[in-house]
Design a protein around this ligand. Structure first.
Ligand code: HEM
Length: 182
C-alpha cells in the first residue's frame, strides 16, 4: 500500500502512545526504515506487519488496532491532508458513502496503479442501509468498521451495525454491513 497509509499509522501511534512506543513497534515489525514515503507504493506486507507489531507492543487485539486506525484515518489524516476532497464528497454519511468510489477514482492520477476498495450502498428504507465493502485484500474488515465509525463522528450521525457478514470469495474480501444511520 502507498506510504501515506504507513505514515498515517506512525502518526497515530506517536500521537496516542508516544514516540518511544512507535520505536518499539517499528523495531518489532522489522519493516525497513524507508517504508514511509507518502507517494511510494510498498508491499502490503509492510502495512500488515506494522499492525501486527502494534498489537503485540500495545497488548491489544489486531482488530482493535485496525479499528482505531480507521477512525484516525477519517478524523485526522483524511480530514487534515485531504480536506477539500473530503468536503466535496458529501454532506451526509450516506451521500459520502455513495461517493466513495468516485473519491478513490478521482485520485488515481496521483496514486498510480493503486488498488483501492469498492463500496456500494443499498437503501433498505427506515434509515437502514446495506453497505458492501469489496476489496482485493483480506483482513481489513475491522479497518472498515473503524472508518464507518469515524465517518459517523464526522457527520454527527448515529451508526448502529445490526449485522455483519463476509461472503466466501476466492480472492480478497466481500463484506456486508447492515446498518442504521440516523
Ligand atoms: C481523501 C481521502 C482518501 C485518500 C487520499 C485515500 C487514499 C487511499 C490509498 C492511497 C489507499 C491505498 C491503496 C493502495 O496503495 O493500493 C487507500 C486504501 C483504502 N481506502 Fe482510501 N482514501 C481516502 C479516503 C477513504 C475513506 C473516507 C474511506 C472509507 C470509507 C477509505 C477506504 C479505504 C480502504 C478500506 C482502503 C484499504 C484498501 C482495501 O480495502 O483494499 N478511503 N485509500
Amino acid at each position: 500500500m502507498y506510504g501515506l497509509i504507513n505514515k498515517a499509522m506512525q502518526s497515530m501511534i506517536c500521537e496516542k502512545f508516544g514516540d518511544e512506543q512507535w520505536d518499539r513497534i517499528q523495531a518489532a515489525s522489522g519493516v525497513p526504515e524507508d517504508s514511509f514515503l507518502t507517494m511510494r507504493s510498498y508491499d502490503d506486507a509492510i502495512t500488515y506487519d506494522l499492525v501486527g507489531a502494534a498489537a503485540e507492543v500495545l497488548g491489544a487485539p489486531v482488530d482493535d488496532c485496525l479499528k482505531m486506525f480507521g477512525e484516525y484515518w477519517v478524523l485526522e489524516t483524511a480530514a487534515k491532508s485531504y480536506g477539500p476532497l473530503m468536503n466535496a464528497s458529501g454532506d451526509t454519511m450516506v451521500e459520502f458513502l455513495g461517493n466513495m468510489n468516485a473519491l478513490h477514482d478521482r485520485i488515481t492520477g496521483t496514486f498510480l496503479d493503486y488498488v483501492p476498495p469498492e463500496f456500494e450502498v443499498e437503501e433498505l428504507g427506515d434509515q437502514r442501509h446495506r453497505i458492501h465493502y469489496i476489496s482485493k485484500r483480506q483482513g481489513l474488515v475491522p479497518f472498515v468498521v473503524g472508518l464507518l465509525s469515524g465517518l459517523s463522528q464526522r457527520f454527527n450521525s448515529e451508526l448502529e451495525i445490526h449485522h455483519q457478514e463476509q461472503l466466501d470469495v476466492e480472492h480478497g474480501t466481500h463484506a456486508i454491513f447492515e446498518v442504521s444511520i440516523r
